[in-house]
Design a binder for this molecule. Structure first.
Ligand code: SF4
Length: 326
């Protein structure tokens, strides 16, 4: 790869993103966690609010989990923020609040895998550690006309090794950002802008008109569908919520919801409020929201809250859709 061409293109064309104008490892770490599974445009306001509210790792370590969740509710995949919180506490207690600067120590922190560690090491510390994500896999598969299935670990490892060989010859800080930016702006999943690409003269996919068929990604397994009844149980100006203990969305609040018909409480339906659907990575929730009157005792795990306070309880997007029906 002509790394100079890529780096020069980046210098002239990159977007001015708030998390790309810094070398602060804390900022880069937070942004990389937010960018997992989430679009850049969505992340920007969350990132700016987060850094304003929690300007240092000490602030992040000290915040209550519930307040942290309020700050990032709507971003989804909440486990990543539990890990972020846990890792901040480790940095404060074991590293005197200074973000570690060795790959080994960074990689040990909860929620930090090879990709995030590579991004922090290269962008913040300018060290030659690759950060190989879906964007990079797409660019390199096309550039080198690699047709192996990129859902298979062995093939991903091979392309990671190629990316590593490039970053070792590059300016790591610029290279990591440049290849990510090329994947986001030019070498896009569909309709890549090959005519504007700084690497088009050497790209084998472009040469062979294969840019729309690469990377080779085998079909993902079907998502599992779960149908829930969601209960809006009003008691004058109050209603019931529960705090999730499950791995998925753990720590977020939701209206009581059940999959099965045999329920541990009695009720009668006042009205059907509507149907909502939420799609996760591996699951689809189809939710039927019922306003009901309770005719038995509430469950111990439910908490009774004033309807006016509903927005104070961090809630995942799936149940925010239900709250919007009220
Ligand atoms: S020429 Fe096209 S396919 Fe090749 S790297 Fe550039 S944008 Fe991607």
């Amino acid at each position: 790869m002509n790394i100079n061409k890529l780096e020069n293109w980046y210098a002239d064309h990159h977007r001015k993103l708030p998390f790309r104008e810094t070398k602060d490892p804390y900022h880069i770490w937070v942004s990389e966690v937010m960018l997992q599974q989430t679009q850049v445009e969505t992340v920007i306001p969350y990132f700016e609010r987060f850094i304003k509210r929690l300007p240092s790792i000490h602030d992040l370590a000290a915040i209550e989990e519930e307040k942290l969740f309020s700050l990032i509710q709507g971003l989804g995949y909440y486990r990543r923020f539990k890990n972020l919180h846990k890792a901040a506490k480790i940095v404060v207690t074991q590293h005197k609040g200074i973000f570690p600067s060795s790959f080994k120590e960074v990689r040990k922190l909860p929620g930090i895998g090879d990709y995030t560690a590579g991004a922090i090491m290269s962008i913040a510390y300018n060290k030659p550690y690759n950060a190989t994500d879906g964007n990079v896999i797409r660019v390199l598969s096309r550039l080198m006309n690699i047709n192996d299935d990129m859902r298979i670990d062995k093939n991903k490892k091979q392309i990671t090794a190629i990316n590593q060989s490039f970053i070792e010859k590059a300016n790591p800080n610029i290279y990591t950002q440049a290849i990510m930016e090329l994947g986001a702006l030019i070498c896009r999943p569909i309709h890549p802008k090959c005519k504007l690409c700084p690497l088009n003269s050497e790209c084998l996919a472009y040469k062979n008109n294969l840019q729309n068929t690469l990377p080779n990604l085998s079909k993902k397994p079907e998502k599992k569908l779960i149908q829930y009844k969601v209960f809006i149980i009003r008691d004058n100006n109050y209603l019931y919520l529960r705090k999730r203990k499950e791995k998925l969305l753990g720590g977020m609040y939701e209206f009581p919801q059940f999959e099965e018909d045999l329920l541990p409480f009695d009720y009668h339906v006042i009205k059907v409020l509507g149907h909502k659907k939420h799609i996760f990575t591996h699951l689809i929730w189809e939710m039927k929201a019922l306003e009901v009157k309770l005719i038995s005792e509430p469950l111990d795990e439910w908490i009774k809250i004033s309807i006016d306070d509903l927005k104070l309880y961090p809630m995942a997007t799936a149940h925010k859709k239900i709250a919007n029906l009220l």
